[in-house]
Design a protein around this ligand. Sequence first.
Ligand SMILES: [Zn+2]
Length: 313
Amino acid sequence: MPNVSMGIHRNRHCLPYAAKVGGSSQSDDLVLTKPVGSGGATRGPDVLKVQRALNLAPHDKGGPSPKLAETGVADAKTIAAIHAFQRFHFGKSDGRIDVMGRSHAKLSSLQPAKIKRMEMAKNYLAQAMQCMRAAETGILGAGVELMTGGGLMGTRNLNLVDKHFDVRKSANPAAALGHIGAVYAKMLAVFARPGGLWGWQAFEAEPFTNPDFYAFTWWGGFSRSGDYAGWQRLDTIYLSAFYDKATDDNRIQTIVHELAHFVGPTSGDLIYDYAYGQQSAPQMKALSPYQKQHNAESFGNYAFEAQFGRAPL
Ligand SMILES: [Zn+2]
């Protein structure tokens, strides 16, 4: 389903991400009922919330310095701080935080608990990258084993790839290996591009809390640089509230899983969610070779096992 962003649900069932969610008072989401700033509310509780949220946003992420007086009145300094925040992130400004608009989402993603999540997640990114590199190495080894029949070295790499992707059951095993290897190469390329959005900048905390999701992204976001659907950036992988409660293994695997969607095509042979769970789960084993080779969970599981020698727990 192109043009529908998907998340990994905590129960491992992908659901369309509930983008209608306007934020949760149980979190540090910025919850607004009316636009604030130029042409919007200039006094009242929503103005106070915006002032607080701007003050809590790090200065190196567009927050004001010195901090605003939290008065509930959108004075000239408050409007200027909104302009500065917008110019920092979008290169242009209108001085107003619209409800569920891009500025609202960005400001809500930069609140303390969200920043903390991203700092925590970054530790797992390094391990996820080791998994992707182990996968790339394993695929190369499997390619050699496929050509040579393994010889004295056996087919250890090919066997592990087969366990997750059934390449030997494909019409063209070499082409299937090539496809799988290209997906991991593209994932690693996300972190090879210098500066700008790319690398870790492709990840962001979800602005409006949905406690049932690990993460969500857009099909083929890698090639959708700068595109939006409402507040959602299509070139971004959002880490959701449940990521905070996931196991270490799932935090690593989720990053690889989401990157598989992210670097896949925007239409046609999508990297899809055909099934979830460990490779040994019945619903995973039941997939066809094609489905396994286009299943985000399989990409996450294989990379994890290539690195750690076991399934994610
Ligand atoms: Zn998925």
